[in-house]
Design a protein around this ligand. Structure first.
Ligand code: GUN
Length: 281
């Protein structure tokens, strides 16, 4: 029997704990924990993600400060807003939803975020600290994946973990966290020769490429743990991952569904990072 990894369930228990932490914080300080959410432009998917993040915060008792900026926002305006949020004591975390409209420089925007408020774990400081094994605000999706593995007692030590995708927000930090937990890590990407052959070596396969159902049965070693980070629409408009769930689930030992796998865990880790950020302030 293939284990279906239930991200909704694990994320709900993370939020319950977070709710208690937020209440304790309020009792001890008389203040709420605050997250500033910056959304530039009208990307419909980003609007959905931001709404879900804000709903989770409301459930937990984290106050959100919603900043919706028009598609025409300039880099200066965005940088100024981030500067203001850096200085605002009621803001413990700053989330700038990506992607930004094409004329804006994401690197420059992220560099503006104070590392202590960088609850996405995207800044050079936090990524560098993660690389060095130091205390850091770590990227939410990789953290969420590690939490799922932990929750289901999936041991990474000595296992071959194959991460498909080398993005700065998922693939690279994911590889570091798996390495930290003593996995043998291979990173694959668009230029990898014979991708299915490499994936078939994986005891733990993490798919983070953003291509609908790219990885099929020929990518799965029987019994493998398959973690699907992708959220895509297929040709029929259905929400699917980077893994062909039907094909992969008959071979895998455990697999995350899309939706209901990694997505809710990313949001749950954002909440944990925001609480951490408030406690450290
Ligand atoms: N865009 C896609 N994933 C993320 C994320 O985790 N955080 C932010 N800020 N933007 C994203």
């Amino acid at each position: 029997m293939t284990l279906i990894i239930d991200g909704n369930h694990v994320a709900a228990s993370v939020r319950e704990q977070a709710k208690r932490s937020a209440q304790d914080y309020l009792q001890q300080t008389g203040k709420s924990i605050g997250l500033a959410v910056v959304l530039v432009g009208d990307d419909p998917a980003s609007a959905v993600y931001v709404r879900m993040k804000e709903q989770d915060c409301a459930e937990v008792g984290i106050q959100t400060f919603d900043h919706r900026l028009s598609e025409e926002t300039t880099q200066d305006e965005l940088n100024q807003l981030i500067g203001k949020l850096n200085a605002d004591e009621s803001v413990h975390g700053i989330l700038v939803q990506l992607p930004l409209p094409g004329h804006l420089d994401e690197e420059a925007a992220i560099a503006q975020i104070s590392p202590e408020k960088d609850v996405d774990g995207f800044t050079a400081e936090n990524l560098g600290r993660t690389l060095r094994g130091q205390n850091a605000l770590r990227a939410c999706t990789p953290l969420g994946v590690m939490r799922l593995l932990e929750h289901y007692d999936i041991d990474t030590c000595g296992k071959h973990a194959v991460v498909v995708g080398r993005s700065t927000i998922v693939g690279k930090p994911q590889s570091l966290l798996l390495l930290e937990k003593n996995a043998t890590v291979t990173i694959c990407h668009s230029r990898t020769a014979d991708l299915p052959a490499v994936c078939r070596q994986a005891d733990i396969l993490v798919a983070a490429v953003g291509v609908a159902e790219l990885l099929g049965a020929d990518c799965i070693k029987p019994g493998a743990v398959v973690i699907d980070v992708g959220i895509n629409r297929n040709k029929e408009g259905k929400l699917v991952g980077d893994v062909d769930f039907e094909a992969a689930s008959s071979l895998a030992g455990a697999i995350t569904p899309v939706p209901g796998g990694v997505g809710p865990m990313t949001r749950a880790m954002l909440i944990e990072n925001t609480i951490q950020s408030a406690l450290d302030a």
